[in-house]
Design a protein around this ligand. Structure first.
Ligand SMILES: NC(=O)c1ccc[n+]([C@@H]2O[C@H](COP(=O)([O-])OP(=O)(O)OC[C@H]3O[C@@H](n4cnc5c(N)ncnc54)[C@H](OP(=O)(O)O)[C@@H]3O)[C@@H](O)[C@H]2O)c1
Length: 295
């Protein structure tokens, strides 16, 4: 067998099902080194066995972390570092912040954050920050946020960004997906145009996954069951995201938002620099981290 000399190393969150699992599969086929993150120990074990059996040539590991909990995000970053050291690798070439959730009823994490805000926005913000030292060692690293077309028309409610006390599940989901694009644009601004790291927010399209079926509400499950039938297969959606990781020259483009590997104009709210700065400051305070332009 000819060894893939262009092997790169990627971390994918939410790698146990849906789009994240399909991204893992697509990258495994390209013989990339892969670290998947999932919240279920049982699913992580099963997926790891599956990949190791099917793609014995690649380095691959699953790490268990409930990304709604910041201590687990921090621990995942430590385990990623240990894994890379164990593999004798010095760089990380990409992080795909894919894990996402839709919670019908308002639930708070033990740290007091609204769950969708914690998983869909704060975890990517924190994990990206923690992995920057690894990403910076790559000559061409990518940080991909899996956002959604549902961010169009959404606004962040600055007076109550988590909608505490007056929760609307769909609005909370859309806000978190808008935050994905705002965060990506602000990350690129803070890293600067000469950075070796490029951020991109991807719209995966409507995809036939279980995401809405994991909600606690029977009504939400029924609506999603109906809607998902119109969705594309996860592998088709993953192909566009894999393009952003391995094919598209992100440095040559100023675009922040992408669909099917093609730039798309996001909602203007997502490109507003004041809003980007404001979200960054709030998120830094909520996670206890910061990224100045030159750090
Ligand atoms: N499906 C769509 O039509 C669609 C459209 C636009 C955007 N998106 C976005 O695409 C991304 C992937 O969604 P999907 O449709 O593939 O959904 P999915 O099949 O439910 O996959 C979501 C992944 O995130 C993981 N996850 C959820 N909560 C987590 C937590 N607290 N800690 C760690 N991992 C957690 C899930 O783990 P388990 O396997 O244990 O559940 C799963 O691996 C999400 O960010 C979603 O917002 C999806």
């Amino acid at each position: 067998m000819i060894e893939n000399t262009n092997k790169k190393t990627y971390v994918i969150t939410g790698a146990t099902s849906g789009i994240g699992l399909a991204i893992m599969e697509g990258l495994a086929e390209k013989e990339m080194n892969l670290i998947g993150i999932g919240r279920s120990p049982e699913l992580c074990k099963r997926r790891q066995e599956l990949f190791r059996g099917k793609y014995p040539q690649g380095k691959m590991k699953y790490i268990v972390a409930d990304l709604s909990l910041q201590p687990e995000v921090r621990n995942a970053a430590v385990l990623i570092g240990e894994t890379l050291n164990g593999w004798k690798l010095k760089t990380l070439d990409g992080l795909v912040n894919n894990a996402g959730t839709f919670t019908f009823w308002q639930t708070l994490t033990p740290e007091g954050f609204e769950t969708q805000w914690a998983v869909n926005h704060l975890a990517p913000f924190l994990l990206t920050h923690l992995l920057l030292p690894w990403l910076k060692k790559s000559s061409n690293a990518r940080v991909i946020a899996i956002s959604s077309g549902s961010h169009y028309g959404a606004k962040l409610d600055w007076s109550n960004i988590q909608q505490l006390g007056r929760y609307n599940p769909l609005k909370a989901y859309k806000q978190s997906k808008l935050a994905n694009v705002l965060f990506t644009a602000e990350l690129n601004r803070r890293l600067g145009s000469d950075s070796s790291i490029q951020g991109a927010a991807a719209d995966p399209g409507l995809v036939n996954t279980e995401i809405g079926g994991k909600s606690q509400s029977r009504l939400a499950k029924r609506i999603w069951d109906h809607r998902r039938r119109k969705g594309i297969p996860p592998a088709q959606s993953a192909a566009g995201i894999i393009k952003l990781l391995v094919e598209v020259d992100l440095k040559a483009q100023s675009a922040v938002y992408w669909k099917d590997g093609i730039p798309k104009i996001p909602d203007p709210f997502a490109l507003n620099e004041d809003y980007g700065r404001r979200l960054w400051e709030i998120s830094a305070q909520m996670t206890g981290v910061s990224l100045q332009k030159d750090s």
